[in-house]
Design a protein around this ligand. Structure first.
Ligand code: DP6
Length: 358
């Protein structure tokens, strides 16, 4: 049976950190300097779809991203492939007469085709969905029987934030203590139904590729920023992590919004404190912050949380559907998407408010 192909397709959503990961204590194993917490988006709107295939006819590992072949020689892909191959089990498909013994996986080559339904590397955490999806699909293909937390520790070696995309809902990446990274993995705090009032809208300010990748940016930060050391202190991020977990458990939107916005602003302050300084946000990002801050201060309690990753796009989290409808109205008024403005489009990161808003 030389002509067979065995393949698996998986779809994984991206995630947005509300307490950020920025800075590694070990670059090759991708071990962070602090815990982080994220919310996983709805797979319908922002996700990666990956097909992995294996066949005796393939003579080398190959990968295509959005239809273009990319090199797999980088350590990150190699780490993920090696770790899954090491956990591969016997596979049998009697109907098609395919039988792959555990040890055969070391010799068989894989082809990988991956598509993002959102701009790659525009600060929309494409590597998070990408590596999580790759690891999940490879594990299914090779019959590796690992639970999501164990798979998260493998996805982490592809891209740090990827470890949080193995779960839905709110997810915590525990930084871990072990030197070999075995306890640096993701756990689910609550599932996607726990706080389903929240609505996420992403304002795509620019879909251009960012100038400084997260990897390079955080390397420079670790080497030069004093503010990063302040972040790692017990009373800063570790304390925020505890408070954020409480806010999520209790559906406490005021604390949630306050912590999310502060952590995003501190992360960008750390970027400015880096030498040379890193500018991920632009004027439009700053105007969006001012607009949301003004609105929140005019109400009894915050209505919308904002957070920005390594790019100018705003991730806006509204406390409920009614607020989300008002938010979209305001955003479309102040920041209309058009060719002559600095606003490209709006993407729903969550359930469609347009269908359900009252
Ligand atoms: C700002 O996970 O992309 O989105 O581990 O080097 O691949 P590498 O970096 P990456 O960094 C994400 C940084 C962030 C914050 C976050 O997602 O926590």
């Amino acid at each position: 049976m030389a002509g067979w192909i065995h393949m698996v397709t998986a779809r994984t959503p991206t995630n947005i950190a509300v307490i950020k990961y920025w800075g590694k204590r070990d670059e090759s194993l991708i071990l962070p300097v602090n815990d982080s917490i994220s919310v996983t988006l709805d797979p319908e709107h922002l996700c990666t779809t990956t097909t992995v295939a294996v066949s005796p006819g393939f003579d080398q590992d190959r990968m295509w991203l959005n239809g273009k072949e990319i090199s797999l020689s980088g350590g990150r892909y190699q780490n993920c492939l090696r770790e899954i191959r090491a956990r591969a089990e016997d596979f049998e498909d009697n109907e098609r007469g395919i039988k792959i013994a555990k040890q055969d996986w070391q010799k068989l080559r894989v082809h990988i085709a991956s598509y993002n339904n959102f701009p790659t590397a525009a600060g929309l955490a494409s590597s998070a969905a990408g590596f999580a999806c790759l690891v999940f699909a490879l594990a299914k293909l090779m019959n590796a029987k690992e639970d999501p937390s164990q798979l998260s520790a493998i996805a982490r070696q592809g891209s740090g934030s990827a470890c949080r995309s193995l779960y839905g809902g709110f997810v915590k990446w525990i930084m871990g203590k072990e030197e070999n990274g075995s306890d640096s993995l993701a756990v689910q705090l609550v599932d996607e139904n726990h706080w389903d009032d929240l609505v996420i809208i992403i304002a795509v300010v620019s879909s251009r590729q960012k100038e400084t990748s997260s990897t390079t940016g955080m390397r420079d930060t670790v080497e030069t920023s004093m503010l990063l050391q302040h972040r790692a202190k017990v009373e800063v991020v570790p304390k925020r992590i505890v408070k954020m977990e409480e806010a999520i458990q209790n559906h406490d939107f005021s604390s949630f919004a306050q912590l999310t916005c502060s952590d995003s602003n501190q992360f960008h302050a750390v970027c400015l404190d880096t030498c040379p300084p890193i500018f991920y946000m632009n004027d439009t990002s700053h105007r969006i912050i001012s607009c949301i801050e003004k609105w929140n201060r005019s109400e009894e309690s915050p209505q919308v949380a904002y957070t920005f990753d390594a790019g100018p796009n705003a991730v806006l989290i509204a406390r409920n559907r009614k607020t989300a409808a008002l938010l979209l109205q305001r955003m479309l008024y102040f920041f209309p998407p058009s060719a002559d403005t600095d606003m490209s489009s709006y993407v729903l990161g969550d359930k469609s408010i347009l269908k359900d808003a009252g």
